[in-house]
Design a protein. Structure first.
Length: 74
């Protein structure tokens, strides 16, 4: 049965493939689903890192004297 989801072909080193295969078997899912879940997790981690770096930059430039007070915002 054809699927409408896009596909990616990836070449993995044998140890990496074996680790993913072990994780998939442990979780009782296909290799495809395990790789999809791992990619999703990696993207979430990258997003967290990006947002954290953005927050650190904002924190360095924050000046309490220039910040709006609660009643000024609402």
């Amino acid at each position: 049965m054809p699927t409408k989801n896009p596909r990616i072909n990836v070449v993995l080193e044998k140890p990496l493939y074996d680790n993913i295969e072990r994780l998939a078997k442990k979780d009782g899912v296909s290799l495809s689903l395990k790789v999809r879940d791992l990619v999703k997790e990696a993207l979430e981690i990258q997003e967290d890192i990006t947002l954290s770096n953005f927050a650190k930059k904002r924190e360095r430039t924050f000046r309490k004297t220039k910040a709006l007070k609660h009643n000024e915002v609402w």
